[in-house]
Ligand binder design. Structure first.
Ligand code: NAP
Length: 304
């Protein structure tokens, strides 16, 4: 495959997507452990709107936006093994987040926020960032997965994964939430979805979601969640609302349940530092004393 010497990229110039500039730039060869990807599809995420407005935390200015792209490898660095020209791939959202916990250094490898992203015809990325696109997915389908789907996966399949018999509450019908609902349903959970739109709730029902609540018509949706679960509360919540929804989520979750703090689409500012919790990927874990088993384990811990 012939690789051009120049290509086109979109780059922000000031704030607002009207200030995106399409320009021609030189294509450099991949470094020894990099590959060059020809981008075939890019999907838009909530974050891309924030970046274009210049309000994404610690974002790079004058940046090639967008985190979510899919394409084919067109050139390999000298030391790259296990990949070939023509392979269909997505680069991970944060190029250096290979496994384990995120760190500040890793966070700053986030495509389209901290470093140049995928809204360009070609991109050089480290080979360790690549994920192969399964055969049954098109480039367009593959390009929807790096941000919203991975976030939902991280929430549903975290330290205590969603399992059969669990109740999972999903706020809204955005990208993260619908992927969360699908993963929870596939794990055997009963899923409750809220939305401002009855039409969207019907779409959620068609996906297999068992319970739906219109949060505009029923502002006490947390109480409705408690009713559905017989007063117990849900096991996991996909919390994309932020300050305006988090207190209701705390009401709707069961004792020792999980509120996965992901977004802030509902707005508001009640002093709860939701944004900081997200950008540091911290765990808010409530502790209410402990169990008999843990009590017993104290003695073993102290003995050995
Ligand atoms: N932490 C992370 O790693 C991470 C990753 C991806 C996204 N996020 C964040 O997660 C949030 C959602 O992202 P997304 O990609 O899913 O966005 P999206 O596709 O644009 O979805 C937005 C949806 O939020 C829902 N919504 C708005 N206000 C709401 C409220 N008061 N209560 C409940 N739902 C409400 C709406 O659902 P209805 O139309 O059904 O009402 C809307 O469709 C954003 O804040 C984004 O920045 C975080």
């Amino acid at each position: 495959m012939s690789v051009p010497t120049s290509f086109r990229e979109y780059r922000t110039q000031g704030d607002g997507h009207q200030n995106l500039k399409l320009q021609s730039v030189t294509l450099s060869k991949p470094k020894a452990t990099e590959v060059t990807i020809k981008i075939h599809a890019v999907s838009l995420q909530f974050r891309d709107l924030m970046v274009s407005k210049g309000i994404y935390p610690q974002q790079k200015r004058d940046i090639v936006p967008c985190s979510d792209g899919a394409g084919e490898i067109v050139a390999l660095g000298q030391e790259v093994k296990g990949w070939k020209v023509g392979d269909r791939v997505c680069p991970n959202f944060a190029l250096d987040h290979i496994h384990g916990d995120v760190t500040e250094d890793i966070k700053f490898t986030g495509l389209g926020g901290h470093i140049d992203g995928v809204l360009q015809e070609y991109i050089n990325v480290p080979v360790h960032s690549l994920v192969r696109i399964p055969e049954h997915l098109s480039y367009e389908e593959g390009s929807t997965l790096p941000c919203a789907a991975l976030t939902a996966y991280n929430a549903c399949l975290g330290p205590v994964p969603v399992k059969g018999g669990d109740y999972v509450l999903v706020l809204g019908t955005g990208g993260v939430s619908i992927f969360g609902a699908q993963l929870a349903l596939a794990s055997g959970a009963t899923v409750i979805v809220t939305s401002s739109s009855d039409e969207k709730l019907q779409v959620a029902k068609k996906l297999g979601v068992q319970h739906i609540i219109n949060y505009k018509k029923n502002v006490k949706w947390d109480e409705e969640v408690l009713n559905i679960t017989g007063g117990r509360g849900v096991d996991h919540i996909i919390e994309v609302g932020g300050p305006n929804t988090i207190l209701k989520c705390i009401n709707a979750v069961r004792y020792a349940g999980w509120v996965h703090i992901i977004g802030f689409v509902s707005g508001g500012d009640n002093g709860i530092p939701v944004g900081l919790a997200i950008t540091k990927a911290i765990n808010f874990r409530g502790i209410l004393i402990g169990s008999v088993k843990q009590y017993g384990l104290i003695f073993i811990s102290l003995l050995y």
